[in-house]
Design a protein around this ligand. Sequence first.
Ligand code: PEP
Ligand code: MG
Length: 533
Amino acid sequence: MAETLEITGVSASPGVAVGPVHLAADVTAEALALGDTMASEGDKLRQAVATALAELEALADRSDEESAGILDFQIEMLLDPALVEMAEERIVAGDGAALAWFGALNDYIADIEQAPDEQLRARAIDIVDIRNRVLSALTGRPLEDFAPGSVFVGKDLEPSLLLQHDWTAGGAIILFEGSVSSHVAMLARSRSVPMVVATGRFKVADGVRVLVDANDGRVVVAPEDQQINKARSRTTEARPTVPSRAGGVIETADGVAIRLSAIVNDPIELKSIDPSSVAGIGLMRTEFLGNVFNQETHYDVYRQALDWAGDAPVIVRMLDLGGDKMELGVGAKESEAFLGRRGIRLLLALPEIARLQARALLRAAAHGNLGVLLPMITVPEELDAMRAIFEEEAAALGRRGVQTRMPEIGMMVEVPAAALMLDRFLRSDFFSFGTNDLAQYLAAAARDDQSVAALYNAATPAVLRVIAQGVALAEAMKKSIGICGEMASDPQHIPALMAAGLRHFSMAPNRLADIRSTIAGMYSDGRAAAEMK
Ligand code: PEP
Ligand code: MG
């Protein structure tokens, strides 16, 4: 039997869980074994092509004659080295495997679509199919999952793995490194998955029982029953008692209306939110959707959200790739991840992806109250460039008779150079503060680095000053402004955010009850209602 061992880390998502350890594969060692980047991108591509081929062959084996014929054509195409060679040329020029494959296949598809021969033109859809199958092998394929109810232990955890895993049977996350402000921590909080980060490396075997007391940032390997009972009894005491089913607009003690909207990271979350309990969706992240290269995936998800919301607004944020989220293998060094090509910068550098998402958004906007949020805007020209993409795509869809509507296009306020100059962004229809990033950029302290977390937190007064100034500028421009960073989920920050003038807050649905009762007990200037008496 394993010996009891207690380890202290930092709580990134509260809660208590007990379960067997699932030890993650050591990705660092694997990554080093891959050798130089260019060779590994080429290898990744060839491996993905081999996976796609195996899938197609298996599919052809169990298909009828007609379908097998179509699949055989796709198999022939994939066996032809020409496609991989076209992508490899792009890898040599610096693209990652996914991007290289996407770009090369798109060029090829565009050529086929222009072909004079009708039969050849009809084959374009097969190439689209091949493109998507290989891409999903490269990017969208779920990573190695683990048994429900177990406790993931590793250096870090991919957001997509957290999202695809079934947490209904319990379980928790322990990261040797990691940070409270990282995306994966944010997702754990929104799913109520207990998580402890920054424990440092410790030795534990697969399958050993651990207690994760994430209320205290504590991990106990091979715990005594008594320790488990004690941790569990404290959780039951801490449960919030406020009902969560109340409207999305709440009044402060002096009668000022405050809007509370949901943040959604995965459409599956909509199933557990009552639409009448929120003022719509204030932020729908799209970077965790799975196959981001597929327009129909985007469109279906947006339609689902709009149908769920009825007349209420649904604000969809365009892909905020880069940083600590999925990157497209475009070669960003780790140190550059947050300061390099991320969000709008990457979208404008990869217009094929931006256009694909714009088309899905334009089509979906015809069916509800859709707004579009642009991530990481620094200068007005970025906003103008994306608007131009929307206008061009709307015109192109219109020529094909596809029904569209131009949505309102607003921007995240998360880069200090933009946050201080909102009056320059006249073409932004609305604004939303992204304080998770604003804090890291103001403090020059990366959000995914727990060793500088104290500095990150120390940026709060600076963040609040920038917010107060931004709210005044937006009001002078008669544009709406809200907040969708994690600060809006923390009752401690609500008084200062109200005092700064914010009236629209977006948060993970499991934070609504707490924030609702906090706001109901205060005046609009942030003072507690009791203080005035
Ligand atoms: C933010 O930066 O505050 C934000 C809401 O966006 P994300 O956390 O996805 O970067
Ligand atoms: Mg952000």
